[in-house]
Design a protein around this ligand. Structure first.
Ligand code: UDP
Length: 195
């Protein structure tokens, strides 16, 4: 697909249904290989200006979607491009609805207990398999341990919700260890799934 440059960051012109199709392919059709997904919002653009590792993580991502209307407007004003929205929340729910019991999901992030609740709700609503659960308040020294936990879980889909920057950098830095077909930084999505 087509990729734009927005303030030095990549943005893919891809709709929600197309995104679901691509991610499903990575998880269930293509040979198993790690991929990272970023759902870009205006806060990322501002915050990454003082955080080069965040910029690099976004530039190295396999797919960058527009999380909301802020990015859609920016693409129109600055690039005269029509970019559809593909918000993280809709991507995550869409994948769970589409794949149900064949999908193994690792819930990484939010405060202790919240990912457990999100996982329970997702199992109830979509019948997905829970590959693993970990809160998002561990120290950088523990990154490798957590990455190996994800690797050993056999997850198809890693939901990383640890705040802007931290989640994208984690997914990108550890991608080879994680080995998950789809690792997506998804901000408050675990909180929302927890209800
Ligand atoms: N979060 C986390 N670890 C952190 C910081 C945040 O797991 O060190 C979680 C937080 O509990 C919430 C999500 O990340 O579930 C998004 O947090 P917030 O809205 O504060 O981050 P932002 O995306 O606005 O930077």
């Amino acid at each position: 697909g087509q990729r734009l440059d927005l303030f030095g960051l990549p943005l893919d012109i891809i709709s929600l249904p197309q995104t679901l199709e691509v991610l499903s392919g990575w998880m269930f059709t293509a040979p198993r290989a790690p991929h990272t997904v970023v759902t870009l919002n205006p806060e990322f653009i501002v915050q990454s200006r003082t955080q080069p590792a965040f910029v690099e993580a976004m530039q190295a991502a396999d797919l960058v979607t527009a999380d909301g209307v802020g990015i859609v407007y920016a693409a129109r004003q600055l690039r005269e491009a029509t970019v559809p929205r593909a918000p993280g929340y809709d991507i995550v729910r869409g994948l769970m609805a589409r794949h149900g019991p064949e999908l193994r999901v690792f819930f990484l992030g939010a405060k202790p207990g919240v990912a457990e609740q999100a996982a329970q709700n997702a199992m109830r609503d979509y019948g997905i398999q829970v590959a693993g659960i970990h809160h998002g308040y561990f120290k950088p020294e523990e990154d490798q341990r957590v990455a190996e936990l994800v690797r050993d879980s056999g997850a198809h889909l890693l939901l990383t919700a640890m705040g802007a920057g931290r989640q994208e950098i984690f997914n990108q830095y550890w991608r080879q260890v994680l080995g998950v077909p789809v690792a997506i930084g998804c901000g408050g999505v675990i909180d929302v799934l927890a209800g």
